[in-house]
Design a protein around this ligand. Structure first.
Ligand code: TEU
Ligand code: CA
Length: 565
């Protein structure tokens, strides 16, 4: 694999509204991020992805952009942004912005002009189509519920397309003029000094232009809009053009958010000539999903979690480097999701951290993950802000669940789980703000907060720091960054084990993914305990040499990184 500057980094996602409030209005902002750069530096972060801070009416928390060239006043000013870039640079932290170009906001000037004159220049910036006698052109359901088609105000039979909310009209990528507008905007930000972009919902930019019906998959008579992706040909042409015209001249770092891509096309995304540098590995996150909606999701078992990661690495590690996450702003907290209920504690959280950071790929943390933040307790649907959760709640009710059941059904998946304010300390509003935050702080902030963990050697935060530091430690960096991942003891239940085989050194990673102790045997001689979440670092009593290798007795949820002789 050709070496890239970002390969040995650890990345961190900031959800700006909930990270740190700098001016006491209850909303996180750019000044808040600047304040916390030293915290991130100390954690070992080298790449920072900031979710959208552009001007927005916040129908979808900033993923509905009304001006790509402006910072929303809730977050600060362009001067704050410049200062953030400069301060990050001083600390050798690369800043990655969110690029949301599948759609914009209905308040964007382009859409406002399209509304006035659907047949004019700006009408061509969107997908405006005739319906069927006043009904939508086809039966696709948007990601946030309801038809993807919304009537154009003032017209009986004209509709515009929105894959997400109706306030997020899709941009017409078939129009070369629109594409040039987007590339111009990308170059403008790169000129400013951002290192690159995370590309939002990017696979959706290519549509199946037949706009025809697909078989219905729910009682509502519609089918998931994403179904069209199976028939949309040619997304790579757009992506390659964008790379050549916008990213390549600046050597920008690009990471794609894509679901529903075709596995055999991975090379075209992250291979040597691929259109992105990296993409997120969502393989564990899509497990348990189903067509009916969140209310019908299954809990994922440790073995399924492991198999998903292993399968994904088997396919990808010779092609490129994907980014590993356990959570983000769209997903529940990883520790609440992937650890069994009642067994979420500091030891098991560290184990999950270890698996994620030692797996081949670029480690990506989401704010609060490093202190082991958990899902929120929802007492009523009124506490929910997220557009997606509210839709799924409705779907559950329509299916016949009562209010209590429906709340319970969506609570586990709600995007608000990860969007509660960052827990900085045990003081008022968890030290996030002096004013009541826009979304309630998780009740557990007195126990789970950064300040309490910062100087405690045994904390989740300290463990993350060690894991992150290991990635650039001269002795191990080549093995951890490039070493081939080879599964071991794959037949065991509730267990994750793999080798990372570097050119000069091999590490063995073992995770006992259960409460019960167990003893395992491997065909390797152990030279050293590199990291252990059970605070028995360097304790050799656990490991005994056998005729053909080693026998290792492990505590429940123990996680070990061992150096192989
Ligand atoms: O997400 C794209 C996406 O596919 C998700 O919307 C996912 O289906 C959804 O979160 C499940 O609830 C991106 C952003 O990450 C997300 O926050 C935005 O809402 C979305 O695009 C629209 O911009
Ligand atoms: Ca603020």
């Amino acid at each position: 694999m050709k070496e890239k500057w970002w390969h040995d980094k650890t990345a961190y996602q900031i959800y700006p509204k909930s990270f740190k409030d700098g001016n006491g209005d209850g909303i996180g902002d750019l000044r808040g991020i600047i304040e916390k750069l030293d915290y991130l530096k100390e954690l070992g972060i080298g790449i920072l992805w900031i979710s959208p801070v552009y001007q927005s009416p916040f129908v979808d928390q900033g993923y509905d952009i009304s001006d790509y060239y402006a910072i929303d006043p809730a977050f600060g000013t362009m001067e704050d942004m410049d200062e953030l870039l400069a301060e990050a640079k001083k600390r050798n932290i690369a800043v990655v912005m969110d690029l949301v170009v599948n759609h914009c906001s209905d308040r964007h000037e382009w859409f406002q002009k399209a509304l006035k004159d659907p047949f004019g220049k700006y009408g061509q910036y969107f997908y405006i189509r005739e319906g069927k006698n006043g009904n939508p052109p086809c039966n696709w359901r948007s990601y946030f519920g309801g038809s993807v088609w919304e009537k154009l105000p003032g017209y009986e039979n004209l509709f515009y397309l929105h894959m997400f909310a109706k306030e997020q009209p899709d941009l017409n990528w078939e129009n070369p003029e629109l594409r040039q507008e987007i590339y111009k905007m990308i170059r403008w930000w790169l000129e400013k000094g951002v290192a690159g972009f995370r590309l939002d919902a990017i696979i959706n930019i290519k549509k199946d232009l037949r706009f025809c019906d697909f078989p219905t998959d729910r009682e509502d008579g519609m089918c998931a809009g994403s179904k069209m992706l199976e028939h949309a040909e040619g997304v790579h042409e757009f992506l390659q053009e964008m790379k050549e015209e916008a990213f390549a001249p600046y050597h920008a770092f690009t990471i794609g958010e894509l679901f529903d891509y075709r596995q055999d096309e991975l090379e075209r995304y992250i291979g040597e000539e691929g259109c992105f540098e990296s993409i997120f590995d969502f393989s564990p996150h899509v497990l348990g999903g189903c067509e009916q909606g969140w209310y019908n999701r299954r809990k994922v078992s440790p073995d399924e979690f492991r198999n998903a990661i292993f399968d994904s690495k088997r396919v990808s590690q010779d092609i490129g480097m994907m980014a590993n996450i356990i959570e983000n702003h769209d997903e529940p907290r990883g520790v609440s999701r992937y650890l069994p209920e009642g067994e979420v504690n500091e030891t098991s959280k560290k184990m999950l951290a270890g698996i994620s950071l030692m797996t081949f790929g670029l480690p990506f943390l989401y704010q609060g993950q490093e202190i082991g933040m958990t899902n929120k307790q929802f007492r009523s649907i009124q506490e929910v802000d997220d557009i997606s959760t509210i839709d799924e709640y409705r779907v559950a009710l329509d299916h016949g669940l009562d209010e209590e059941e429906a709340l319970k059904a969506v609570a586990g998946m709600s995007r608000d789980n990860a969007r509660t304010p960052m827990q900085w300390n045990g003081g008022t509003y968890a030290g996030f703000s002096e004013a009541a935050p826009w979304l309630m702080v998780n009740d557990n902030y007195p126990e789970i907060n950064a300040e309490e963990q910062e100087n405690r050697e045994t904390s989740v935060l300290s463990f993350y720091k060690k894991l992150i530091a290991l990635r650039t430690e001269p002795e191990y960096t080549e093995t951890i960054v490039y070493g081939k991942q080879v599964p071991v003891l794959e037949g065991l239940t509730n267990f994750v084990g793999f080798y990372r085989q570097g050119t000069g050194k091999t590490l063995l990673v073992l995770a006992n993914y259960q409460r019960e102790k167990r003893t395992v045997c491997v065909e390797a001689e152990i030279k050293k305990v590199v990291l252990d979440n059970c605070n028995t670092d360097g304790d050799w009593k656990q490991i005994t040499k056998t005729k053909d290798g080693s026998q290792i007795s492990m505590e429940g949820y123990q996680f070990l990184i061992l150096e192989v002789a």
